[in-house]
Design a protein around this ligand. Structure first.
Ligand SMILES: [Zn+2]
Length: 139
């Protein structure tokens, strides 16, 4: 992946004149060359790319929609790539692992037989009624 500023003059390209808020911006838009698995090298702008950083393990990815085949592409990004993209104006989204991963699990692992039992219970109107009644009564 390469970052570079496009060769046009910032004031001659309307993409550089507005940041979408109506305010005039004179900062040149960085172009990013990334690789689509199907199309090879494609050229993107900072607005086409999103960086995602996991707050729990600091792993990073960047994602974009290929301008040629319109496939969503997700690639791992090491810290220096995250920093480079962020410095060039790419949106950075920080996310966390689901809280359920930290829950203490008790009981036996859920099996295929458990799933089939649950499936059968869902089709048993009497069992469903009893379960809903217990839920409503808080028992
Ligand atoms: Zn593509």
């Amino acid at each position: 992946m390469n970052l570079f500023h496009c060769g046009c003059h910032p004031l001659n390209d309307p993409r550089h004149l507005s940041d979408g808020t109506g305010q005039v911006s004179r900062r040149p838009m960085a172009k990013i060359r990334a690789s689509c698995p199907s199309c090879g090298d494609v050229e993107l702008t900072t607005e086409d790319v999103v960086v995602r950083v996991c707050a729990d393990d600091n792993s990073g990815t960047y994602t974009f929609m290929c301008p040629v085949c319109h496939t969503s592409v997700i690639k791992p990004a090491e810290q220096h790539i995250v920093d480079l993209l962020a410095a060039s104006g790419v949106k950075v989204v920080v996310w966390t692992l689901p809280a359920e991963l930290n829950e203490v699990m008790t009981g036996d692992p859920f099996t295929h037989d458990d799933l089939m039992d649950f499936h059968n219970l869902l089709h048993d109107d009497e069992s469903m009624h009893e379960a809903m009644t217990r839920l409503l009564k808080g028992v």
